[in-house]
Design a protein around this ligand. Sequence first.
Ligand SMILES: Cc1cc2nc3c(=O)[nH]c(=O)nc-3n(C[C@H](O)[C@H](O)[C@H](O)COP(=O)(O)OP(=O)(O)OC[C@H]3O[C@@H](n4cnc5c(N)ncnc54)[C@H](O)[C@@H]3O)c2cc1C
Length: 527
Amino acid sequence: MLEADYIIVGAGTAGCVLADRLTACGRFTVLVLEAGPSDRRLPIQVPIGYGMSFFNPTVNWMYRTEPEPALADRSGYWPRGKVLGGSGSINAMVHVEGQPVDFADWEKAGDSGWSLEALSSYLDRASERIQGNDVSRDTHPLCVNFLAAGQQVGFHSEADLSRLGADGVGYFRIATRNGLRLSSARAYLRPAMRRSNLSVHVDVHANRIGFDGLRACEVHFSRAGSVHVARARREIILCAGSINSPKLLQLSGIGPASTLKANGIDVLRERSGVGRNLQDHLCIDHLYRSRLPTLNQQFGSISGKIFAGLRYLLFRSGPLALSVNQAGGFVRSRPGLAAPNMQLYFSPLSYTRTPPGTRPLMRPDIFPGFLLSAQPCRPTSRGFLEIASADPAAAPRIVPNSLATDHDVSELLEGSRLLRQLAATPALRDVIETELMPGSGIQSDAEMFADIQKRATTVYHPVSTCRMGHDPDTDVVDQSLCVHGVERLRVVDASIFPSIPSGNTNAPTLMVAEKGADLILGKSGLR
Ligand SMILES: Cc1cc2nc3c(=O)[nH]c(=O)nc-3n(C[C@H](O)[C@H](O)[C@H](O)COP(=O)(O)OP(=O)(O)OC[C@H]3O[C@@H](n4cnc5c(N)ncnc54)[C@H](O)[C@@H]3O)c2cc1C
């Protein structure tokens, strides 16, 4: 039987950080159980390859939401990484720390160890391993038009969109090093795997946690069709992400009693917050046909592909070394706001005509096209997820409850209007041949909202399904990230966020994992 001091379930963004930090002192043995395979694959290591992981079931859980009434009954597609590095191995690599205002709630949900000052020191510590890499010299020339458009609308120019409190438009920095993706698997796990006290098992699916009374002591897992048990001498730490950590708790008898009973699971601890409070970022894209060539021409021609490929092979640079989200910003969509409320993206590429279920970034639209996108930073709608079966292999039922609040509706409308404002600036209007989507026929608020309902999509940032907080009736983990009401079981991943941060969620997940490691090791903090 496998046995270790600590068992980490899930080697994603957070799990890889913990595997490194908990083994560094040499005092403890750590066992990592990861459902997916190794990340040593070209589409994961080469930055632009994430287009290929987007619908690849070998490395992606490929979840779907329930049909959403507020989104014209569409069922959303929710990719999640199932591979060493987790979603950090299949994501778009945009590296942002967020806004100070994001963390105002966190200290209330935790304690002084979760203050902005404490958290920013953990962001700093994470940035010693994974930073936003400045790739602006490789970006498409049309980014310059987007940045000028932002300034013509009145936004600042922001030299570092990664920094906490970024304000204005600029180039995104991305998590790469030497032209290769820099996931936490590469930055934390690989170096730690040289240690004899760390053992990492891939292609191993954790089914449930086993308890001795209320003390978590073992993980039941499947490997190649048979079921095994691994024992933890000290603790079990769930790092399975915002969908699978609450799912595992529910499968283990911790969750809303009605859900557990409906699926024939014995209730170990009634915890109605498990799977609740789900938050996510919703985004609207406007698509333009361009008068100037975009990456569509480069990726759409054999000579362009050869050139991009050679540039990458020889210099590890060019569009293959980038995300398609090349520029963007954190801006205010209306005057008088204390902090930016809108994240913008500029992508010098479009792939609207590819069949559903594919996203080959290297086979984009045949015409020159680009995208402007707006994503409200701090939505207030909250959804939920719950198991739909006692079968650990079955996907949970995900109900995002998007656009459930007036705040979220009006901010997405403002975002859509802001994209029109940017497109109308001298810097962009001359390069735009036509607005293809939503199109000039869409003008009134009602028409714009109908367009949002038809087309708005997630940008893949689900959080808060095992929310940290003091109230065992509504929250799942306490300020030490221990699951309320049971012993020796923690959750350390994006599911514990008390609320969604303004921007992309990978850097804040690294921050939570750095903090979690100190909590587990009994260290009081960095300052
Ligand atoms: C397509 C996409 C694009 C994104 N783009 C960006 C971006 O550009 N910038 C950014 O900051 N963020 C981005 N994100 C979000 C970011 O990657 C996530 O917020 C972050 O990776 C979450 O980390 P985590 O540790 O909570 O979970 P994950 O990284 O998802 O890790 C969970 C791990 O647990 C494993 N696991 C789950 N269940 C089990 C089980 N039962 N047994 C064993 N193992 C299990 C999974 O396979 C996975 O490896 C994106 C996400 C996606 C999917």
